[in-house]
Design a protein around this ligand. Structure first.
Ligand SMILES: C=CC1=C(C)c2cc3[nH]c(cc4nc(cc5[nH]c(cc1n2)c(C)c5CCC(=O)O)C(CCC(=O)O)=C4C)c(C)c3C=C
Ligand SMILES: [Fe+2]
Ligand SMILES: [Fe+2]
Length: 360
């Protein structure tokens, strides 16, 4: 005898907002655990394993954790790591947005490295009855090191599932009009605060080894397209803005020009101010708050420049949430949704199945 699991109701939908992740605490031990997980990912460091393992465990994990912990401590919020605080806020507001628009979607958030893990949140969505899951990568530009790595984790979780949910994925939105408009809104608000666009605008994206561009990763092109579309949306004159890549790591050649170099040149040219936006980060984090707003400001000043005026990430701003909400809505379109079954309904369903002779 066949057993119907859903009693004819369309299945529930879950949304998992994914970002990179942060250590659990701004302390050497926690940062070492986080970096060990992060830098062991073959999507992030593509150096052959035995060699990389020796470098990672022999050098990097002995020296970097203490230095990075001090940097994390300088940006840590009372609620925790900025990236997690902002991602959690985004997930809550996304839940409100989708609720209001009549979708019955359960929203959760997860981190690729550290906590809450992708597997734990997929488990939670499944336990709540989600049979369809939209995996929402918060990374605006696709990169194998980020978007593909999240999918590797999702696939690892799927492999352990008997009854797999249906999946949809957002793996980039670098040229989505709602995202570009949100960035433009953020720059305009900044100019309003600062009294107008007197300064050159640097659009700083996280770097990658240059090799990955030649291997076919679209990341570099996505960054440039985002930058061009933002410049067009704001009608920025040619020469008033430029793209740069930050966060260099290791000895290989990285995408250029580096943000450090660009800020040094602008400082040497005696600019009184420079505006910096980091469009590749959906939320503020160590790489924006410490590396750009603090270290970058020092670099610019030391080279002879004035003030670096950092433009915050979209975070949970109204314009940013409109972008995330619109993206989610568009990707959920046509997917049947329904009220989530409560625990009692699921238990009753199971009892009925057992009564019908399902094996215990
Ligand atoms: C080989 C090393 C790295 C690659 C490749 C890389 C790609 C990459 N990273 C982001 C986004 C973030 N990175 C963050 C921190 C961070 N990144 C690296 C190294 C590589 N990233 C390290 C070692 C660290 C940790 C801090 C440190 O020790 O310097 C963060 C911030 C996390 C936080 O907790 O705030 C983000 C976000 C992207 C988008 C990307 C490729 C496109
Ligand atoms: Fe990084
Ligand atoms: Fe950094």
């Amino acid at each position: 005898m066949s057993v119907s699991h859903d009693h004819g109701r369309p299945p529930a939908v879950g949304l998992l907002l994914c970002n990179l992740g942060s250590p659990d605490a701004p302390e050497t031990g926690a940062v070492r655990r986080y970096l060990a997980e992060f830098l062991s990912d073959p999507r992030v460091v593509e150096i052959p394993r035995p060699v990389w393992w020796l470098i990672l465990h022999g050098i990097i994990l002995r020296t970097r954790p203490a230095k990075s912990a001090a940097k994390y401590a300088s940006v840590w919020m009372k609620e925790g790591a900025p990236l997690k605080v902002h991602t959690e806020a985004q997930a809550k507001l996304l839940q409100g947005w989708l609720g209001e628009r009549e979708h019955k979607v359960l929203v959760r958030w997860a981190m690729r490295y550290g906590n809450p893990s992708i597997a734990s949140q997929l488990d939670a969505l499944r336990a709540a009855g989600a049979q369809r899951i939209l995996v929402f990568n918060a990374y605006p530009q696709y990169c194998a090191a980020t978007s593909a790595s999240v999918m590797d984790k999702v696939n690892e979780w799927l492999q352990a599932q008997r009854w797999q949910p249906e999946l949809r994925v957002i793996n980039q939105y670098h040229d989505h009009p709602a995202y570009i408009e949100a960035l433009a809104t953020q720059v305009r608000a900044h100019w309003q605060r600062e009294g107008g666009p007197h300064a050159p605008l640097v659009m700083s994206f996280h770097g990658m080894p240059e090799r990955t561009l030649h291997l076919g990763d679209p990341y570099f092109c996505h960054c440039h397209k985002t930058a061009r579309l933002l410049a067009e949306a704001m009608q920025l004159p040619k020469g008033s803005w430029q793209v740069a890549f930050q966060s260099r790591f290791g000895r290989a050649k990285w995408l250029g020009p580096s943000t450090e170099h660009v800020l040094t040149e602008l400082g040497r040219a005696k600019h009184e101010a420079v505006d910096v936006i980091c469009p590749g980060f959906a939320a503020d984090c160590l790489e924006t708050l410490e590396e750009i707003a603090m270290e970058g400001a020092e670099t610019f000043k030391a080279a002879g420049g004035g003030q670096l005026r950092y433009i915050p990430c979209l975070n949970s701003s109204e314009a940013g949430m409109r972008a995330l909400g619109t993206l989610a809505e568009q990707h959920l379109q046509g997917w049947p949704t329904r009220e989530l079954p409560d625990a009692a309904a699921l238990a009753a369903q199971r009892e009925r199945a057992l009564a019908l002779g399902a094996p215990r």
